[in-house]
Design a protein around this ligand. Structure first.
Ligand code: SF4
Length: 107
């Protein structure tokens, strides 16, 4: 990993901390558009350094008590750039969310 990429990932970490602490409404709205599931690849647990709570098989030893910014990853599509593009989560557009609601109401 290049130094620039390392810095960019560090900036993402700071950004997520800021959003989880001070922009909770944004995080809640954005997570409404998140789909998919965690594949336990461990990539988001190795940003800048490997998390000391990450155990073999990419299991989190404090999963039920993990920090908000860990729980919220990825907050939005910006978090899925670079090596996180294979994350099991993805984001749909607001229009797609509206379409899902309409489809749900039609059932
Ligand atoms: S990068 Fe995505 S799939 Fe991988 S551990 Fe993190 S949330 Fe799960």
């Amino acid at each position: 990993m290049s130094f620039i990429q390392w810095l960019a990932e560090g900036w993402g970490k700071v950004r997520r901390y800021y959003l989880c602490k001070l922009r909770k409404g944004y995080v809640e709205r954005s997570l409404l558009r998140r789909r998919g599931a965690c594949r336990r690849c461990g990539e988001c647990c190795s940003i800048m350094f490997r998390c000391p709570h990450l155990e073999g098989g990419n299991q989190c030893s404090v999963y039920e008590r993990r920090a908000k910014q860990c729980r919220a990853f990825p907050i939005d599509a910006r978090d899925l750039r670079g090596r996180f593009s294979s994350c099991g989560f993805y984001f749909v557009t607001a229009e797609e969310v509206a379409g899902e609601r309409l489809a749900g109401e039609a059932l």
